[in-house]
Design a protein. Structure first.
Length: 319
């Protein structure tokens, strides 16, 4: 690795740590500013004052907010997010996250693979058939896909493909650890509901990028040197068009996670998103904070990975 590339990596790592720290600060104090009392949520609205005071002392809720934040962030660095207050009283939050994260990761990757695969096909065909029927049809479908909310699409898929035509289960999820085939089957409708709007965005970006690159001077030079259409398309057109395409995929990860939170509730999937929603209703602040911080870390690491991948795709970025 060259010194310039090493310094660039250090700068990216520093920005990542600063963003993560700022995000943790915002998450913690946003939860503290939210209405509701975890003690009353756990013990009931009619709990005796001495029991409420004892609950707050036990969970350090009676300390100043700054000291609570220091204790929380110190524990989070060590992987200790505290214990659940109301959702699963006394259970370590890290244990809850570890049990739910694989399910959310599976659904998220499933949706991302479907979105990437469909968008690559649609974007390439639409660009190569520019101005023709296929281009018009696929562009119209992409516009329709962008306009469809994922939760609404989830209900539509359940109605047509689970209730009317029982091809897929309408509710529940089989863990990949128990059966990969069952996970692929039960996770198909949720993954499609999340993937469809993303695939529409990805395909439009890829089509526009391909059409832009096709008319660049270096592509004309490749053609004038006698290279075949397939060689020019793969090595000069597609490779350069993938840079904005991959960048958009990285930016869409945060929307993917937001879609996972909603879709998990629609399909009854026991993932991190449904855990976060249940914790919000139960005023279980440690669980909410840990889930939000986990989502933040996933987004930041994905953006870093996309940045590195774009560097590999574009030789000029490595100079």
């Amino acid at each position: 690795m060259s010194p310039i590339a090493f310094r660039r990596m250090l700068r990216r790592a520093g920005i990542l740590l600063l963003t993560m720290s700022a995000g943790a600060l915002v998450v913690f104090f946003a939860m503290k500013a939210a209405p509701g009392d975890p003690a009353l949520a756990a013990l009931g609205e009619n709990a005796r004052p001495e029991l409420v005071a004892a609950f707050r002392r036990e969970h350090n809720l009676d300390q100043p907010v700054v000291l609570q934040f220091i204790a929380w962030i110190t524990g989070a660095v060590r992987g200790d997010f505290g214990r659940s207050l109301t959702l699963a009283g006394g259970v370590p939050v890290g244990q809850l996250i570890a049990s739910r994260l694989p399910v959310t990761a599976f659904i998220g990757f499933y949706a991302l693979i479907l979105a990437a695969g469909v968008s690559l096909l649609v974007g390439i065909v639409a660009a190569l058939q520019r101005g023709r029927f296929l281009d018009t049809a696929m562009t119209s479908l992409a516009v329709l896909g962008v306009s469809m909310p994922d939760f609404w699409l989830g209900y539509v898929l359940v109605f047509f493909l689970a209730l009317n035509v029982p091809l897929f289960p309408s509710y529940g999820f089989v863990s990949p650890a128990d059966s990969l085939g069952g996970a692929l089957l039960s996770g198909f409708l949720p993954a499609v509901a999340i993937a469809a709007p993303m695939a529409a965005v990805f395909s439009r970006v890829l089509r526009a990028a391909l059409l832009d690159v096709m008319h660049r001077p270096y592509v004309q030079v490749q053609r004038s040197l006698g290279h075949g259409p397939a060689f020019v398309f793969v090595h000069s057109i597609l490779r350069n068009a993938l840079i904005p395409y991959v960048t958009v995929i990285g930016l869409q990860v945060r929307y993917l996670l937001g879609g996972v939170v909603v879709i998990e509730r629609v399909f009854g999937i026991p993932g991190l998103g449904s855990l976060m929603v249940d914790a919000a209703f139960g005023r279980d602040y440690p669980v909410i904070q840990a889930c939000a911080l986990t989502f933040l870390v996933i987004v930041l690491l994905t953006n870093l990975l996309v940045d590195l991948l774009c560097t590999r795709l574009d030789p000029r970025a490595r100079a």
